[in-house]
Design a binder for this molecule. Structure first.
Ligand code: FHN
Length: 444
């Protein structure tokens, strides 16, 4: 199945190849992946010169909505005049996120650190006149938040990169291999700057779709990064040489194939700041999408798009704060849990404690007062409303005394214990969760 990606408000002019299957062995990386698996929530930050006019990041010139010259002229308007990295890190913390990923360089080639490779940076080419990444990475680490670096492999502005506009390329690698080698040196040099300067806990590569693993020298890049920091995590956009899958915008119904995965999504319809896009996802929508992702054993990377001056639009702050309040109240059901029971046993998301003796049920907002669990072959010791403490009763229905098949569990959830967004119930079980998966025959 091909992946269609909507970058910004525009559908791309082509269908990107489906994400490469990860070639890494989960057994070899499971130790370093533990913090990521426990983290559940990250905040994605798309910040760049595209916030000046409030247009699609990089894609606006690639898709010829604006000339490249006019797009790059936005460098003159990027001030970071109200940028407060400590406040950004505090907001990430307040959202409940355990990691953040910021664009160090998008496809437009403008670095947010003072790269020595060219003048295309916030430090040397904009009124901001500064590396805006160092203070943010420092602030995240002071808040004990893992710091991730988004890095675009492709660079549509760099004169020795083949790709440029959607219908024009500069050259073919097969015809000018030396020119491609020059770009490889450039992009890996900038990557090494980010690696040594920030030592990212997580690399969020993007833009791998235009070239092969060999052309990107993916194994060499992976080795460079993991030799420098064996615990750094690499997302699945290094042409399959990554550590986890990155479904984007399109919510998985089936659990993604690779062991670890992360849904990245916008908070409205665009990755960067676009003033006309007020189609904000509500706190309820974000919370239910988040619950769905963790129920399926994944993470959510929720994106925000700050303005050119570094302020974060109020509607985005509101969603992050509401999400944070809900996360704080339901912490035990979220962070440090594992994905829940298979779909079909409960009409909603679920998570499990790591020893699977505790089952958490996430109730969609409009609970009728009763919820039902099917095929639970356990004795329920106790039912508590998470974050509220109320104890709930339950009734077993349809259990046939001589049959091994468990009855249905009906739980009454009074209106006065329900959460404004999503109520969570904690079911303490007599032993690790045991599920009946049969087809309901007379003898099971
Ligand atoms: O092309 C980019 C896009 O601009 C944005 O950065 C998203 C975020 O995941 N990644 C690419 C599209 O898949």
């Amino acid at each position: 199945m091909k992946r269609i990606v909507v970058a910004g408000a525009m559908a791309l002019s082509f269908i990107m190849p489906v994400q490469a299957q990860q070639k890494t062995n989960p057994e070899e990386i499971k130790q370093k992946m533990q913090w990521f698996a426990d983290a559940k929530l990250g905040i994605f930050i798309h910040w760049g010169i595209y916030a000046v006019k409030g247009i699609d990041e990089s894609w606006s010139f690639h898709n010829k909505k604006i000339s490249h010259a006019d797009y790059m002229a936005q460098m003159k308007g990027f001030t970071a005049s109200k940028y407060d990295p400590q406040a950004w890190a505090a907001l990430v913390k307040e959202s409940g996120a355990r990691y953040a990923v910021i664009t160090t360089k998008h496809h437009d080639g403008v670095a947010l650190w003072d790269t020595k490779f060219n003048k295309l940076s916030t430090a040397r080419g904009t009124p901001a006149k500064r590396d805006v990444l160092t203070p943010f990475f420092d602030a995240l680490r002071k808040e004990n938040i893992k710091a991730g670096a988004y890095f675009s492999l492709l660079d549509w502005t760099y004169p020795d990169y083949p790709g440029f506009l959607k219908d024009s390329t500069r050259y073919k690698i097969s015809e000018q291999p030396k020119r491609w080698a020059k770009f490889q040196q450039f992009y890996q040099g900038q990557m090494a700057e980010v690696m040594t300067r920030f030592n990212p806990d997580l690399w969020w590569f993007d833009g791998d779709w235009e070239h092969s693993a060999d052309e990107w020298q993916a194994t060499k890049v992976r080795k460079m990064l993991t030799d420098h920091n064996p615990n750094t995590i690499i997302n699945g956009r290094l042409t399959g040489y990554g550590d986890y899958d990155t479904p984007e915008q399109n919510f998985p119904v089936q659990r993604p194939q690779f062991h670890w995965w992360e849904l990245c999504m916008t908070i409205n319809n665009n990755w960067g700041y676009q003033p006309q896009d007020t189609n904000w996802k509500t706190p309820y929508e974000v919370i239910t999408i988040f619950a769905d992702a963790i129920s399926n054993g994944g993470n959510m990377l929720l994106d925000i798009g700050p303005k050119e001056d570094g302020t974060i639009p109020e509607p985005q702050v509101h969603v992050l704060k509401e999400l944070g309040k809900w996360n704080k109240k339901h912490d035990k059901a979220i962070f440090g849990t594992v994905g829940g029971i298979p779909q079909g046993h409960f009409y909603g998301p679920t998570t499990l404690s790591k020893d699977s003796t505790t089952l958490y049920l996430f109730l969609p907002g409009n609970v009728s007062g009763k919820v039902m669990v099917k095929g639970l072959d356990n004795k329920i010791e106790d039912i508590t409303v998470v974050g509220n403490g109320a104890k709930l009763s339950h009734k077993i229905v349809g259990k046939i005394s001589w049959s091994p098949v468990p009855g249905l569990v009906y739980i009454t959830v009074p209106a006065n214990v329900q959460d404004e967004y999503m109520t969570v119930l904690e079911l303490k079980l007599d032993k690790p969760v045991k599920l009946y998966r049969g087809k309901g025959g007379l003898n099971g």
